[in-house]
Design a protein around this ligand. Structure first.
Ligand code: NDP
Length: 332
């Protein structure tokens, strides 16, 4: 396992980390989540991602119990939460001072930790003045309840604004974004955020490296009954493979699967190796519903030097989706 710096901050995260969306509470109970986190830690994973909305709080409760049981030294791992979708009442959502503080306290309690290493604003909240959000995050940092704060899926101009507001007021701004990044979703990471890596020293913790499993090849022929797309609460994800765009993706995955075979990789390994090539990515957050999946995914690290420029070119030929258009937000 190698460790990458989160942008220009001093924080080093493992190149693969572990997330709990969908899996913790829907597919993994306390014992199986314990096994998954224990394996991840043993293999060098030092970042565990969570959010107030995952499993309506149960994901954080399970992760908290696992952290308490495994009893790792607090200075050997990082844990995150995200705020925005905490509940239906007006004070339980958004990025107001009220909700951010409540969400932080709830996450600390559920995760059974004294501070969050990273606290993300899960999406923008256009109803709250950005200064209110920045001041509140800064306050949590000065209280020692949060170490770094970031955004998730924010447009670049809002990330810039948050940092400008922070700078003008002598506050700590966001230094990390959490965008989706995989072979089918590249625009933000490869184009829209380019300025921010240099201008702000932005780091990235990227999600869904396998596009919810589509990039494992498991949906090439049908939707297996024990897979994410079959889960009752997540059937909305089936459009990933059943829509016209989804079918187009599956035809590309089939070509990727055959290319992977030529190189003695699994489709999953090929997809993860491709994500690892982007040096702006600080850590790739993996998801796994089974121990064997996490093993296969972490084993990719043993093959890093088998990923050649020639293989990369062949992959890009199949994908044929390099982001062409850089959004000119500076002049927008
Ligand atoms: P992936 O795209 O990697 O999907 C993971 C799922 O794919 C697994 O749960 C499993 O699903 C399947 N899978 C993984 N490995 C294998 C394998 N080797 N063989 C077969 N199937 C496999 O990541 P996630 O979508 O789970 O995202 C990762 C993390 O990113 C989340 O846990 C969360 O922490 C974060 N995230 C953040 C978001 C945000 O808005 N900030 C949004 C979404 C995720 P199954 O077995 O059920 O088919």
């Amino acid at each position: 396992m190698e460790y990458r710096k989160v942008g220009r901050s001093g924080l080093f995260l493992s190149e693969f980390s572990l997330g709990s969306w969908v899996t913790f509470s829907n597919q993994l109970d306390f014992p199986s989540a314990t096994n998954i986190m224990a394996l991840a830690f043993e293999r060098g994973v030092n970042f565990y991602d969570n959010a107030e909305t995952y499993g309506d709080g149960n994901s954080e409760i399970i992760m908290g119990k696992v952290l308490a049981k495994l009893n790792w030294s607090r200075d050997s791992f990082c844990v995150s939460s995200k705020v925005l979708w905490g509940g239906n009442r007006p004070t339980q959502k958004g990025l107001s001072r009220k909700h951010i503080v409540d969400a932080c306290h709830n996450a600390l309690k559920r995760l059974q930790v004294e501070y969050l290493d990273i606290f993300y604003c899960h999406r923008p909240d256009l109803d709250t003045p950005i200064l209110e959000t920045v001041v509140t995050m800064n306050h949590l940092i000065t209280q020692g309840k949060v170490l770094y704060w970031g955004t998730s899926e924010w447009p670049p101009e809002l990330i810039v604004k948050a940092n400008e507001v922070a700078k003008q007021n002598g506050l700590v701004g966001p230094n990390v974004e959490q965008p989706e990044y995989n072979m089918f979703n590249r625009q933000k990471v490869e184009k829209d955020y380019l300025y921010l890596y240099e201008d702000m020293g932005l780091g990235l913790t990227t999600w869904s490296p396998l596009a919810s499993g589509v990039l494992t090849g498991k949906y090439n022929e049908s939707i297996p009954s024990d897979s994410r797309l079959s889960l009752l609460n997540f059937t909305w994800l089936q459009s990933l493979v059943l829509s016209d765009k989804g079918k187009e993706k599956i035809s590309k995955v089939k070509l990727l699967s055959s290319l992977a075979q030529d190189y003695n990789f699994t489709t999953t390994q090929l997809s993860l190796l491709w994500c690892l090539q982007n040096k702006h990515v600080s850590t790739i957050i993996l998801g796994a519903s089974k121990l064997t999946q996490l093993e296969e995914n972490l084993n990719v690290l043993d093959f890093k030097n088998k990923y050649t420029a020639e293989l990369h070119t062949e992959i890009e030929k199949i994908l044929n989706n390099t982001p062409l258009q850089e959004i000119d937000w500076k002049n927008a």
